[in-house]
Design a protein around this ligand. Structure first.
Ligand code: SOE
Length: 393
């Protein structure tokens, strides 16, 4: 008999629904020390929150997140709102003794992220856990990659090559959303998806990024307003009023890691044809690893220690019971999808809450990602970083 862990989800959009599904699914496939129960769904619009709650089978809903903090019967506050509200909600929740799971990026500024990390540190001393939702860490293939790096199978890492490519903003008439508003989202492709690459790269290599040199670009400066938000992509009416895009459409940067590795990063939501290609490749002096979320059940491994004539990239199908997380699901070879990352995240979060494995990534680690994002923006804004090529125009 396990005790329950009562959860309030703040935000009823794409991520709120995904988390609701994950909280429900986790105990059905994994043994958890406490059984999660989503008790409350919070949304900015009360009617929509009620409709989402009914659909997701959550017994109660409200339009006021402070209710979740004030209630004694809520153990966990799960923040799935745009970044501008993360700090305020997380700080209030931690002060009230709630465990906190917060979507990425942790905040809209490094200063807010640092305040959240400091509060999380204090709360940890009282047994309160806080985690940032960098869900891709919970991809079995990337977890396996981390194991291989940790056990030295690719040796000393020299190159990190990370691209996160999406295309839902390729159409210049794709509608405006909160993700294109700096005040709400903090930054554009950089914080939304580049943050995943930065987290994955630092986690896989076990090394921090210490320096960056960056360029960012906004290709489409205004977009049609849609009154009803439709998820990612779509098309606004040609005659709809247009709103300013105040974030980057794409970001590219080089990075130096503390252990000397050289990183090249690219994040864009305008790479036509790439729906969700979250890719990373590591080259070490004993081998390489390569991953693309478009084929998320595969990891490519090159072992440079094999005899000449036997070398070559080989595909590992990460669907065997020996692989991270995979054994809890289907028979070998049957494969997993995007939603499973979120279920694994809940499994690890509950484990950390109940005193199992240490929380990862905690707010302090997520705040380091935020500092990289801030450095990228500072570098991109700095004219002195741009050296014109002589004699070409
Ligand atoms: C939109 O770009 C988005 O939903 C991101 O916000 C998520 O973090 C990513 O996993 C999928 O794409």
């Amino acid at each position: 008999m396990t005790t329950t862990l009562r959860v309030a989800i703040i935000g009823g959009g794409f991520m709120g629904r995904m988390h609701a599904h994950a909280w429900r699914t986790a105990p059905r496939f994994f043994d958890l020390a406490r059984t999660p129960e989503v008790a409350l769904l919070v949304g900015r619009d009360g009617d929509r929150a009620a409709a989402a709650a009914a659909r997701l089978d959550v017994p109660e809903s409200t339009d006021d997140w402070r209710e979740a903090i004030a209630r004694d019967d809520i153990d966990v506050v799960d923040i799935c709102t745009p970044g501008d509200t993360h700090a305020e909600i997380a700080l209030a929740a931690l002060a009230a003794g709630k465990h906190v799971l917060c979507e990425k990026p942790l905040a809209n500024s490094a200063a807010d992220a640092d305040r959240m990390a400091a509060a999380a540190d204090l709360a940890a001393a009282r047994g309160i856990a806080s985690m940032c939702g960098f869900s891709y860490r919970r991809t079995p293939a990337l977890s396996l990659a981390r194991r291989l790096v940790e056990s030295g199978r690719i040796g000393r890492i020299r190159h990190v090559r990370a691209q996160y490519l999406q295309d839902w903003l390729s159409d210049a008439d794709a509608p405006h959303t909160w993700r294109l508003d700096r005040d709400r989202a903090g930054s554009g492709a950089l914080g939304d998806i580049g943050a995943h690459s930065v987290d994955t790269a630092q986690w896989l290599t076990g090394s921090w990024i210490t320096e960056v040199s960056a360029t960012v670009r906004t290709f489409v400066p205004t977009r049609p307003r849609l009154d009803e938000q439709v998820g990612l992509g779509g098309r606004g009416a040609a005659d709809a009023p247009r709103e300013d895009v105040t974030v980057d459409d794409a970001a590219a940067f080089t990075a130096t890691f503390a252990d000397g590795a050289l990183g090249v990063f690219e994040a864009t939501r305008m790479a036509t044809g790439h729906r969700n290609a979250n890719r990373i490749e590591l080259n070490g002096d004993r081998g390489s690893l390569s991953f693309d979320f478009s084929a998320m059940n595969e990891l490519w491994f090159y072992d440079a220690t094999l005899p000449a004539g036997e070398q070559g990239f080989r595909r590992i199908d990460v669907t065997e019971p020996e692989h991270p997380y995979a054994g809890a699901w289907w028979p070998a070879g049957h494969g997993l999808g995007y939603e499973h990352l979120f279920t694994h995240q809940i499994v690890d979060f509950v484990d950390a809450v109940t005193g199992g494995s240490p929380i990862a990534p905690g707010f302090a680690e997520a705040a380091r990602v935020q500092r990289v994002l801030a450095a990228v923006e500072t570098s991109a804004a700095s004219e002195s970083r741009r050296i014109p090529v002589e004699g070409v125009l």
